[in-house]
Design a protein around this ligand. Structure first.
Ligand code: UDP
Length: 239
């Protein structure tokens, strides 16, 4: 546990669903509080932390479109949902005394600042956690793609995808008892085998710019710190 941290700057992707905890909608204050403490701990250990938060706990464009709504309008609602989640995380972090800024890919200046890359990097240099809200700002994308994009843009050393499963399996571990977890995968293996890691656009971006990606179980307290100290937890996707 006294090992040094191996990473200088990371991009953490939290799905909206992760924030629901055991609820079926919205944000579980206990879950967001615990995630905020984990972020604080790694930040205090000297890691610069950027976070992309999804919105699936509130709205998803695809779901709204299925119910009959215009897809682009649905995606706009989904992106605004991520802003709400980011504000909740901003609040949880501030309660812990962490300096944090929410930046949005859609202009909502009364609520939070715009995403401007140089400004975001300045926040990191000043020791602030930066939350990246509103995905990429474009419909038909996902917050996974936004996470890959921001990771590359800010020059992160590692992209972490926090999920409820402890990595990527060759079958659904809930359905198949002998499902096996991959320790490592190449980007091309993920795409060729159609493994549900992140959407293909996100994986392709990581591949093209050599962004290592680790999928891990966010429900296990302390794993984030262990990963940053070099432990091979979850699944690593790399070149
Ligand atoms: N979204 C979008 N463009 C983006 C990112 C997100 O239109 O760049 C919309 C899309 O409708 C998506 C919703 O926002 O369904 C919420 O994001 P996502 O589904 O990725 O959230 P998560 O699954 O991580 O909770």
């Amino acid at each position: 546990t006294d090992k040094p941290i191996k990473y200088r700057r990371i991009l953490l992707k939290l799905s909206g669903e992760a924030l629901m905890g055991s609820m079926d909608y919205g944000i579980d204050p206990e879950v967001i509080g615990r995630l905020a403490r984990e972020i604080r701990d790694v930040q205090q250990a000297g890691v610069e932390v950027g976070v992309v938060i999804g919105g699936g706990n509130i709205f998803r464009g695809a779901g709204l479109a299925e119910a009959g709504m215009d897809r682009v309008t649905g995606d706009h609602m989904g992106m605004l949902a991520t802003v709400m989640n980011a504000l909740a995380m901003q609040d949880a972090l501030e309660k812990l005394g962490v300096e944090v800024r929410t930046t949005s890919a859609i202009k909502i200046n009364e609520v939070c600042e715009d995403f401007i890359r140089r400004r975001a990097i300045r926040h990191f240099e000043k020791g602030r956690v930066v939350l990246f809200a509103a995905g990429t700002g474009n419909p038909f994308f996902t917050t996974d793609s936004a996470a890959a994009l921001r990771a590359v843009e800010i020059g992160a050393d590692l992209l972490l995808k926090a999920t409820k499963v402890d990595g990527v399996y060759d079958a659904d571990p809930k359905k198949k008892k002998d499902a096996r977890r991959y320790e490592k995968l190449s980007y091309d293996e993920v795409i060729a085998r159609n493994l549900q890691v992140m959407d293909t656009a996100a994986i392709a971006l990581c591949r093209d710019y050599g962004m290592p990606l680790r999928i891990y179980d966010m429900t296990r307290p302390g794993d984030l710190m262990r990963i940053l100290k070099g432990q091979a937890i979850g699944t690593l996707v790399h070149a």
